[in-house]
Ligand binder design. Structure first.
Ligand SMILES: [Zn+2]
Length: 75
């Protein structure tokens, strides 16, 4: 299981893989980029695990549903 912590600030995102004991760190410009990098690291270094991938899917679903849709505003 690859547990990668995504730490967001106003201007950038820092990733730390806790499965690597903090030995793997990466920098990203936004959350979408951060999730892509986390998944790439997971596939490269922790093959067979899908935690980062699942986290990205969950984030994408949340990002989509967070936006007001036309159906929700129509009465
Ligand atoms: Zn790792």
């Amino acid at each position: 299981m690859a547990h990668i912590k995504i730490d967001c600030s106003d201007s950038s995102v820092v990733l730390v893989c806790q499965t690597c004991g903090g030995a793997w760190r990466a920098f990203a410009w936004d959350r979408a980029d951060a999730h892509d990098r986390a998944v790439a690291h997971e596939q490269r270094t922790h093959p067979g695990t899908e935690e980062a991938q699942a986290a990205r899917e969950q984030w994408r679903r949340r990002a989509r549903s967070g936006r007001p849709s036309l159906a929700a505003t129509r009465r």
